[in-house]
Design a protein around this ligand. Sequence first.
Ligand code: ADP
Length: 168
Amino acid sequence: MKIAIYPGSFDPVTNGHIDIIERAAALFKHVIVSVSINSGKTPMFTLEERVELLTESLKSYSNVSVDSFKGLTVNYAVEKNAQVIIRGLRAISDFESEFQMALTNKKLQPDIETVFMMSQAQWLFLSSSVVKEVVSLGGSIGDFVPNIVEQALKNKFNSTKRENAFPG
Ligand code: ADP
């Protein structure tokens, strides 16, 4: 029975992520969903907000915990005593970069395996960016994210709109 980490930006968590987590939780003793602090990306939600939205969305899974980390994923996996890195795969667009990352991680830390889980057809199109785009254009995202994430996204867009209406 192994420990797995599921690293990502989760900006914000979507039903596509939750589907992968639920299926991974059925395969592994413990799954640590961990928000990576990636200085190369400017997220919409702060680290604390992303961790909170994940924690709230995943509270019904007893063998899933939420954390965050900085630096190399393989170092973090070793620190957490995990043997597996989980990544989700959608269509072919994810393949090239995921393949490159998995091979690099294998070279850096041969004891750790990357396990890919295919997205269900239902969530194949879904990404955090698509959700942010739909909500910014006033579309409904209730089918794509948990309720609290939908609310958090709406609040974020309303406060951005207010800031733009009253600059300074
Ligand atoms: P990252 O910036 O590390 O890609 P994301 O939060 O975008 O972080 O995604 C984390 C992981 O979840 C990645 O492996 C990504 O491919 C996967 N993922 C994202 N959306 C989906 C989805 N709809 N179905 C399956 N896997 C997904």
